[in-house]
Ligand binder design. Structure first.
Ligand code: URA
Length: 235
């Protein structure tokens, strides 16, 4: 398999970027720098990119949707030994990994797969798939504040792009809000509400693009349907 395809299938970079990495001397085969993008990777070759051994996944891809509960870390391995999303999919035989991240305090829809190319594409900043969150936030959401959220707020050196925000219910002390954003900065929704002075009390991701969590119970997962997989590959 051509080297750039191998790197892309490992979810490390696009094929074009893989060629750049190769030409820049960042790729090693069996311990030696390989600067030929046309190299044909052989069975048994050990491929390293930026000092990390990578492995392409070919063939049997698995795509699942997990309803992550709060308290689980979105990582394949946690150095502090906290519960991770991997614990919830332990009976999936394929070596799947999370696509993007939900912070530990956030629950909801997490896609997991062993399709590195799809994972790479979905999490690339250029890829503008909307993620929908339902949040319970403290206080009163004045129109002026909502407008700021919709137009973009500074969350510490980064101004968010336009967001769609709808208040579903305004209570006496808190409000339920639905917010759709394209980017995926660390704790972005929490930081956006911090920026307008309304702390997020609870946060759940209810959709990624057109894929909705629906009635999937917390801590449970299900396989994506062929239609859903097709959607993700073409969105
Ligand atoms: N925004 C957050 O604050 N947390 C997440 O997990 C995702 C988006």
């Amino acid at each position: 398999m051509r080297l750039n395809k191998y790197i892309a299938l490992a979810g490390v970079a696009s094929r074009r970027k893989a060629d750049e990495l190769t030409l820049d001397g960042k790729v090693k085969i069996n311990g030696a720098v390989m600067d030929q993008p046309g190299y044909d990777v052989q069975d048994g070759d050990v491929v390293e990119v930026n000092g990390r051994v990578i492995k392409a996944t070919t063939g049997n891809y698995v795509y699942i949707m997990l309803n992550k509960p709060r308290g689980y870390i979105t990582t394949v391995e946690d150095e502090k030994d906290r519960p991770t999303v991997m614990d919830l999919v332990a009976d999936v035989e394929a070596r799947i990994f999370p696509v993007g991240r939900l912070d530990g305090d956030t629950s909801g829809l997490l896609i997991m797969t062993n399709d590195g190319e799809l994972a790479y594409r979905l999490t690339h900043p250029k890829h503008e798939i909307y993620k929908t969150y339902r949040a319970r936030v403290a206080g009163y959401l004045a129109d002026r504040r909502l407008e700021r959220l919709r137009e973009g707020v500074d969350i510490g050196g980064f101004v968010t792009s336009k967001a769609s925000v709808e208040v579903l219910k305004q209570g006496e002390r808190s409000a339920i809000v639905e917010i759709k954003i394209k980017e995926g900065k660390n704790r972005q929704v929490r930081k956006m509400f911090d920026a307008i002075g309304n702390k997020v009390l609870e946060l759940e991701r209810i959709a990624v693009g057109n894929l909705y969590l629906g009635r999937l119970k917390e801590g449970h997962y299900r396989k994506l349907t062929p239609k859903e997989i097709d959607y993700l590959k073409n969105c």
